[in-house]
Design a protein around this ligand. Structure first.
Ligand SMILES: Cc1cc2nc3c(=O)[nH]c(=O)nc-3n(C[C@H](O)[C@H](O)[C@H](O)COP(=O)(O)OP(=O)(O)OC[C@H]3O[C@@H](n4cnc5c(N)ncnc54)[C@H](O)[C@@H]3O)c2cc1C
Length: 462
């Protein structure tokens, strides 16, 4: 609980209308996409680094938790205030400060929605590739804190690859600048890379200098349908072996297709598994690559390979792809969404292993995701009101992780650890590495006020 003097001071720092303490307001900031709920004691909407700094200094003096929050679309509970305290929302930090066409950079505030930035740079023939499927609502700050990936990561990499420099408010309130505004730079330790993916535990990002690239001239979008998921998985390996680097290579299993078609009604055939494949580049290059992709899919028993005739058709396909996650709730009211990654050549072994686990456990597990980089979203569906089914579903997580690690993979490709994966950290990382990470956290945040209970939680689970 925050004492009245602290509430007054928060109001003084951000302005009375930008600090909320009412139950209704607090409820809206109590959860993220995991649907885990914990009520904060306050929500504040600072407008710049100076206000963030004052809030963090007061948090150290008065010892209350501060939890940074973008759009709250995280899948691991990162922005859930597990210990109460103050949710620090970046909603008022929405400026695109500048787009530098000569140096191919954009300088933005953390609350900018990823899609809005992409639209702005595309007007100038430029491209900001990181595209989490949540791009219509997630923020650049949240993307940086989670090192978000997305369909285009197979060719263009993840958020980390586009962050040149950051303005960060440290947990103790100092405002620092990391990295560069130039194309390269190697002065000192790479604090930018340390902050990217640190899940809001090492600092609050208040500004980012992002790298842009030229917008590709042409994009071709194909949809290949396979009778079996295993064939779609083999086609993924086939495309990579054929030395094609698609700009997206997404896999969708039959459970997900059925759900999304019933939900979004975009005219997808309701049988089989899909690959959505995009190639981009020059007109001539994409034409050759599209032909080659079609050949590999047919060789791997695709029953059809169709191409979107225009941008509208391609957009519809992506609309359906983005709706999959939400549409799965048609099957069961609860889901555990894991985002494991394996070497691409092991995707067939992963999908067949997961199908075996689902059968053994008597659960429905829907798989879809960014197959081009081996990143499969494994959605374990269950009814939270059914205690037995809920227990089995949660036990299954460890089994999926064990399978993933045995195939040389990692337990998270893009959603981070947050609170949901914290109990599994030691499955992947050695104790020396975890201990070093804890020492880094303690150095940045000696009083443990910034986003406590995350990454190393040990205690908070779903
Ligand atoms: C339908 C759907 C699809 C998704 N698809 C993808 C996908 O394809 N790829 C992917 O990577 N993720 C995906 N996600 C997960 C999520 O959208 C990403 O993790 C996203 O980056 C979170 O952004 P956000 O603004 O919602 O952040 P939040 O959920 O609000 O916060 C996420 C973390 O970032 C921290 N944080 C937020 N802002 C700051 C800041 N300014 N400074 C420091 N820390 C901060 C928070 O404390 C928290 O730990 C998806 C989610 C949904 C619901």
């Amino acid at each position: 609980m925050l004492i009245d003097a602290v509430k007054k001071e928060l109001q003084r720092i951000v302005g009375v209308e930008h600090a909320s303490f009412s139950k209704e307001a607090l409820l809206c900031y109590a959860y993220d996409a995991t649907n885990i709920r914990k009520m904060p004691d306050a929500v504040v909407f600072p407008k710049n680094a100076e206000e963030v700094s004052l809030i963090l200094k007061m948090a150290n003096a008065e010892r209350f938790p501060v939890v940074p929050r973008g759009a709250g679309s995280g899948f691991t509970g990162g922005s859930v205030p597990v210990d109460g305290g103050v949710v620090l929302s970046t909603e008022r930090m929405r400026e695109i400060h500048s787009i530098d066409e000569a140096n191919l950079t954009a300088t933005v505030a953390p609350g900018v929605i990823t899609w809005e930035l992409q639209q702005e740079v595309e007007k100038r023939g430029l491209f900001y590739p990181p595209d989490p499927t949540s791009l219509n609502f997630s923020t650049i700050g949240g993307n940086i804190a989670e090192n978000a990936g997305g369909p285009r990561a197979v060719k263009y990499g993840v958020t980390r690859d586009y962050v040149l420099g950051l303005e960060v408010v440290l947990p103790t309130g100092e405002i620092i600048n990391t990295g560069v505004k130039t194309a390269k730079g190697v002065v000192g330790y790479d604090l930018t890379r340390l902050i990217v993916g640190s899940e809001g535990t090492l600092g609050v990002v208040t500004k980012a200098v992002l790298r842009l690239i030229p917008l590709p001239e042409s994009t071709r979008t194909l949809l290949a349908v396979f009778p079996e998921l295993a064939d779609a998985a083999s086609a993924v390996s086939g495309i990579i072996k054929a030395r094609i680097t698609p700009s997206t290579l997404e896999i969708v299993d039959s459970i997900s297709i059925r759900c999304v078609e019933e939900y979004a009604n975009v005219g997808l055939p309701k049988a089989g598994s899909f690959l959505i494949i995009e190639v981009d580049g020059t007109v001539e290059g994409t034409s050759k690559e599209a032909d080659e992709v079609r050949r590999v899919c047919l060789e791997n028993r695709a029953s059809s390979v169709d191409e979107a005739v225009d941008k509208k058709e391609a957009r519809n396909l992506w609309k359906a792809r983005r709706a999959i996650s939400a549409s799965l709730f048609r099957i069961k009211p609860n889901k555990i969404n894991e985002d494991v990654v394996v070497p691409r050549s092991e995707i067939p072994a992963l999908v067949s292993g997961i199908s075996g686990i689902a059968q053994r456990r008597g659960l429905l597990i829907a798989c879809f995701g960014h197959a081009g980089d081996g990143n499969i979203h494994v959605n374990i569906m269950y009814d939270g009101k059914d205690a037995k089914e809920s227990e089995v579903a949660h036990e299954t997580v460890g089994e999926v992780f064990k399978l993933t690690l045995s195939l040389g993979g990692t337990i998270s490709g893009e959603h981070g650890v947050g609170i949901t994966k914290a109990p599994y950290l030691a499955m992947e990382l050695g104790s020396d590495a975890i201990s070093l990470m804890k020492r880094i956290k303690a150095n940045f945040d000696p009083n443990g006020i910034l986003n406590p209970g995350k990454v190393f939680a040990g205690g908070h689970s779903r």
